[in-house]
Design a protein around this ligand. Structure first.
Ligand code: CP
Ligand code: NVA
Length: 303
């Protein structure tokens, strides 16, 4: 593994290796076992073309805990924000840094950084996918459920970056996946073509009640993602009913867990009541961003 560009690039075994290391790093951190030698003296550039709370703070803190140095690079202050090509940015930054984390709009920009640079590239969210988040989600599912065996993950809402990465990640570790989204908001063909290879382990419907049947894990995300603010009103109408609420929870297993990548819009994609009754899981998931990303950085950047 040279980069983390999308879940499609990882094998099931590579995902499990990252999760095992993430569990170990979490244990070490909680028990005061030092691991600041792992990336001692390494630098990570973090390019942000979109807002972030969790991704920025967890990468920055994680790099510090591993003995390295994180540089926050807002695209507004980089020449990339004034049109310098990503191919040139990649070749320049490769000469200063040991790794780059980038959050941007187009997946092809992340792929171009990897193609033209010669240091590890980590995708911190694009319109197409959010692999760091889904590694943390998988870590959280395994932590609460003990294993992935026989589990069903149900995603309700937009066929967006979160849905795309969850479909791929959950299928690769052996879970079943059901997704409920409006007909006009299905995941892209590349993801559906991947998922159909898994036969009846993958189901897609436009009925949330149908999708939630017997689910062990229910996940949702905002109706309008970053960059789609102008469509918010139209999307509110299209997604009405695509909500995790008590009625939907009653269709899932009685011990079903609920995850949300955050930020959450209460009373839109999830009710306040369901959110708060699953807050332990949701905030453990947020914490696990730190541990999962530290594992990714160690795998990609350690000597
Ligand atoms: N879930 C997530 O990526 O959060 P941020 O947008 O705050 O980084
Ligand atoms: N789908 C959301 C995820 C935020 C972490 C977005 O792209 O804005």
């Amino acid at each position: 593994m040279k980069h983390l560009l999308k879940m499609l690039d990882l094998s099931g075994g590579e995902i499990i290796d990252i999760l095992n290391l993430a569990d170990q790093l979490k244990y070490e951190l909680k028990h005061g076992i030092p691991h600041s030698h792992l990336l001692k003296g390494k630098t990570l550039g973090m390019i942000f073309q979109k807002a972030s709370t969790r991704t920025r703070v967890s990468f920055e803190t994680g790099m510090y805990q591993l003995g390295g140095y994180p540089l926050f690079l807002s695209s507004n202050d980089l020449q990339i924000g004034r049109g310098e090509p990503v191919q040139d940015t990649a070749r320049v930054l490769s000469r200063y840094l040991d790794g780059i984390m980038i959050r941007t709009f187009e997946q092809k920009e992340v792929e171009a950084l990897a193609q033209y640079g010669n240091i590890p590239i980590i995708n911190g969210l694009t319109d197409f996918c959010h692999p760091c988040q889904v590694l943390a989600d998988l870590m959280t599912i395994r932590e609460f459920k003990g294993s992935f065996d026989g589990l069903k993950m149900c995603f309700i809402g937009d066929g967006n970056n979160m849905a795309n990465s969850l479909i791929v990640g959950c299928l690769k570790v052996g879970m079943s996946v059901s997704i409920a989204c409006p007909d006009d908001y299905q995941p892209p063909k590349e993801i559906l073509d991947f998922a159909v290879q898994y036969g009846d382990k993958f189901e897609m419907t436009n009925s949330p009640m149908e999708a939630a049947k017997g689910a062990d894990v229910l996940i949702t995300d905002v109706w309008a993602s970053m960059g789609q603010e102008g469509e918010a009103e139209k999307r509110k109408q299209a997604f009405a009913g695509y909500q995790i609420n008590d009625e939907l929870m009653a269709r899932a297993k009685s011990d079903a867990m609920v995850l949300h990548c955050l930020p959450a819009h209460r009373e839109e994609e999830i009710t306040e009541k369901v959110f708060e009754s699953h807050a332990d899981e949701i905030f453990e998931e947020a914490e696990n961003r730190l541990h999962a990303q530290k594992a990714v950085m160690v795998k990609l950047m350690a000597d």
